[in-house]
Ligand binder design. Sequence first.
Ligand SMILES: O=C(O)CCC(=O)C(=O)O
Ligand SMILES: [Fe+2]
Length: 310
Amino acid sequence: MAIENGVKATIPTVDAKGATPDALADDVIQGLKIAGACIIKNLYSQDTIDKLEAEVKPHLTDAGNMTYFQKNVVTATGLAGKSETYALEVIGNPMWTKVRDYFLTYSKGTFWVGNNQGTHETSAQLGSATCLELRPGAEAQGLHRDDLVHQGFNTEDKEYVLGRDKSLTFFVACNRTHKANGATRIVPGSHLWDYTRPPPAADDKTSIVDAEVERGDGVIILGSVYHGGGANTTENEHRLVLTCGVTCSYLRQEENQYLANDVKRILRYPLPIQRFIGYGSFPPGVGLVNWDDPIKIINPTFKEPEPATA
Ligand SMILES: O=C(O)CCC(=O)C(=O)O
Ligand SMILES: [Fe+2]
């Protein structure tokens, strides 16, 4: 994305209306490769957002002295277990599933075991499941990359190379999100920069784009793109955004899902979602309990589903 020549940067935008999840995901993947961020219009119905709000809002608590949030930011955490609609509709969204699998599935290695040399394939798991409400007076966050959590460090690339990212974040807007109430500020193209390069100055209007979206729209960013919450300069608007962070299978989850959740609630979800939240293991051997599938700990009567027959 050419943003070096004084031309205002833009965030690719796709419309979910009428698109299959598969086709939508393909367009989002293209947008993310080019810009490191993509806006998805009309992703959720107003009814679904109503349900999400009703389930999440009672859990909002003042972030207080939490490490990286500013004053006047109120959060809810551990949403995987607290909101069934979040688990099924946000974590389980088929477009989001395809997009995160695309970016976080790649070969690592090679590794030797005796005379055998092979590679291992990564996959995706939940990183964090939160809600961020910016209240009037919240100041802008410093522009950052979310992969700093996992000590991401890349050199410059001219084009996107699979394996560059260790994480992605999906934002779901629960109300109209615009510059004045703190829309996320994004630097399109910065996912390809050398990591020694600092973010643009906070007032750089050419490189920084406010991800302005309507209620029910989504925004996806790669862990390698510079971004940050905006300032809420309104008198009385609250900016309410759900976040779903995902990370590579071999890394520690940003939010400790084993302690954040009530496992009784997790057990009500479909098996792939239980595993994605963290109650699963990854080859060749991460997350095992008794050298076995951790799902058997939370569900002692668990039986592997029969493979589907044609
Ligand atoms: O609030 C936002 O818009 C972005 C939050 C964010 O980037 C973060 O907490 O890492
Ligand atoms: Fe961030």
